[in-house]
Design a protein around this ligand. Structure first.
Ligand code: ADP
Length: 302
């Protein structure tokens, strides 16, 4: 695997206080790398340093194995601060404006990108009438105009409703797979990154506390599923009867926590659907990650 982002002892001080300190990270080509931590932990600072929006107080950054950052940053796109969108213009006109401004000659890209981000049918609707999720998807389309190899997004799901969050998650997964874009994303909500990233760095109080790959976590037995169905009582009968699952608990908000066979999501969902149940939510959680996050982050009152 190629390391395409590397930081060594990277730090940023504002006055006397470190916003980020001693950050050592290696991000491989093709990864979706999640940075999770509470507000004020230093996530934006790290992403701003990588994007070149602020300069480090100490340490170094390497991109694509080089420290010619000005050159290598051309291979990167970032949405770290609120993107400039022309609110009275349509999605297409926004894309067209930035295509011309950036000297990109291929006009066919516009419709292609609108379709990629699911805005192919919004027509002339001005951006000011877009939902937060639609604006974010347009920002992602704009960031893809230059065919980046790395995409950096700071809290891309902030302020977006649950349906919109799922759309952004699927979109980022598609961009990662189909366009082979390495993605670096931050969030203060563990579950948002847990369901998207293949590697996670936990950050608190300006320090990277742990880097864990989802692969490693999957080898761990502490996985469980949270399923929400149209009828939990019936779902429990199906779990026991058709699948022989006994280790489950019905929780508040209509959620069923399933503590065994969490790797058989498809079979479980199929059995529930075959029994005529509507599935409203399926989430896989990693006990170890959750516990670790709580230990390193929340118990400190951060
Ligand atoms: P996060 O993105 O995890 O919420 P930030 O990177 O924005 O955290 O902030 C980390 C710390 O650095 C916070 O204590 C914040 O107040 C401080 N900080 C961030 N930007 C500045 C700045 N421009 N001037 C002074 N302090 C800052």
């Amino acid at each position: 695997m190629d390391t395409i982002i590397k930081t060594e002892n990277l730090g940023k001080k504002y006055k006397e206080k470190y916003a980020l300190q001693g950050a050592n990270l290696e991000i491989e080509k093709g990864e979706i790398f999640g940075i999770v931590g509470p507000n004020g932990a230093g996530k934006s600072t790290l992403l701003k340093l990588l994007s070149g929006i602020t300069l480090p107080s100490e340490g170094r950054i390497e991109l694509f194995g080089s420290d010619n950052l000005e050159k290598e940053r051309k291979r990167m796109s970032s949405i770290v601060e609120n993107p400039t969108l022309f609110k009275d213009m349509s999605a297409k006109d926004n894309l067209e404006y930035f295509r011309i401004q950036r000297g990109i000659t291929d006009k066919s890209k516009i419709d292609d990108l609108l379709n990629v981000v699911g805005l192919g049918d919004v027509g002339r609707k001005p951006v000011k009438k877009f939902s937060v999720g639609m604006k974010q998807r347009l920002a992602i389309a704009l960031s893809l105009l230059s065919n980046p190899e790395i995409l950096i997004l700071d809290e891309p799901t902030s302020g977006i409703d649950p349906k919109g969050i799922v759309e952004i998650r699927k979109l980022l997964q598609r961009i990662n797979k189909e366009r082979e874009v390495t993605i670096l994303i931050s969030s203060h909500i563990l579950s948002e990154v847990e369901n998207l990233a293949n590697k996670i760095a936990i950050i608190a109080e300006g320090k990277i506390k742990e880097v864990i790959s989802i692969e490693e976590l999957n080898e761990d037995t502490g996985e469980y599923l949270i399923i929400k169905t149209s009828d939990n009582k019936k779902a429990a009968v199906v779990l026991e009867g058709a699948l022989g699952i006994k280790k489950y608990e019905a929780k508040e908000k209509g959620q069923l926590f399933i503590y065994e066979r969490a790797d058989e999501v498809e079979a479980i969902v199929k059995a529930l659907v075959d029994a005529g149940l509507g599935i409203r939510e399926v989430t896989k959680k990693h006990q170890k990650l959750e516990e670790f996050y709580i230990e390193t982050v929340e118990r400190k009152g951060a």
